[in-house]
Design a protein around this ligand. Structure first.
Ligand SMILES: C[S@@+](CC[C@H](N)C(=O)[O-])C[C@H]1O[C@@H](n2cnc3c(N)ncnc32)[C@H](O)[C@@H]1O
Length: 259
């Protein structure tokens, strides 16, 4: 049984508390959108699980969003379909209802990722597409030098890619997703070459990992990063990233087709 919080949040993060302002920082990145579009192929009807404020929902497809948090549903732009209030672990649709299923930046929050992924497989006739992070790679990011607690939390939360593949079954491919320097979608690695952005508390709040550490950790992080930006120490170590057009980090697309 998936527990729901006051605003309906059904994962490990409370979007009633941290969801406000999400859509200001987490806008869909066109290059990631292209990646997802290729993975979804010819699918006309798509269920988007953990749909949030509607990032990556293509106007060219008939999308059915599923989102348990009222705070996130309230941020959906007027032009998008209203989201169904339900959880991944129990999708209120018949078997094979959709051409495809997708989920972006969500599977690590579910109380039972395996159950949710099996539900996606059940309701989709074709591809299931999962945009997620590989927990084996999340610590390979400069942020680990400043806030290891945050990336340790991420490494614990993200399901292993092999477990995602097992839950989905079928023919599975896993592809790294390069992140562009000016990435519009503000997840932590999106700021690989723009460290100043992570000094903004709003940018941090839009990445749920920061809600798993104490305020003291967030304050220490901001103090030490600011110090190293002012002194040039960050640039001496990581400054080459400022000019790097794209970054291959932990972001991956897992795609499964039946058979
Ligand atoms: C980081 S947001 C991602 C939102 C959107 N997919 C995006 O890419 O911007 C994670 C979303 O997953 C949702 N979520 C968490 N647990 C869930 C569950 N068990 N079933 C469905 N959605 C869930 C949250 O409410 C939240 O909106």
């Amino acid at each position: 049984m998936t527990e729901r919080r006051a605003d309906g949040s059904a994962g490990d993060a409370d979007y009633g508390a941290i969801g406000v302002g999400y859509a200001d920082y987490r806008r869909p990145e066109p290059r990631i959108e292209e990646f997802l579009s290729r993975a979804l192929g010819q699918a006309r009807t798509v269920v988007n699980v953990g749909a949030g404020a509607g990032s990556y929902e293509s106007a060219a497809r008939e999308v059915t969003p599923v989102e348990p948090s009222a705070s996130m549903r309230a941020q959906r732009p007027a032009g998008l379909a209203p989201a169904v209030d339900a959880v991944a672990e129990r999708l209120p649709f018949d078997d094979g209802s959709f051409d495809a299923a997708m989920t972006t930046f969500s599977v690590h929050q579910w109380s039972d990722a395996g159950a949710g992924l099996r539900e996606m497989r059940r309701v989709a006739r074709g591809p299931v597409v999962v945009l997620t992070c590989d927990p084996a790679l999340v610590r390979d990011f400069w942020l680990y030098a400043y806030a290891p607690e945050v990336l340790d939390a991420e490494a614990r939360r993200y399901p292993a890619i092999a477990d995602i593949a097992d839950a989905l079954g079928g023919r599975v491919s896993v592809r790294p997703v390069p992140i562009p320097l000016e990435c519009r979608d503000g997840f932590n690695e999106a700021y690989y070459g723009r460290p100043e952005m992570l000094l903004d508390p709003g940018a941090r709040q839009a990445c749920s990992a920061w809600s798993f550490v104490d305020e003291a950790v967030r304050e220490r992080f901001a103090r030490e990063l600011r110090r190293d930006l002012d002194s040039g120490a960050w640039d001496a170590r990581f400054g080459a990233l400022r000019g790097q057009a794209a970054y291959e980090g932990s972001l991956v697309v897992v795609r499964s087709v039946p058979g």
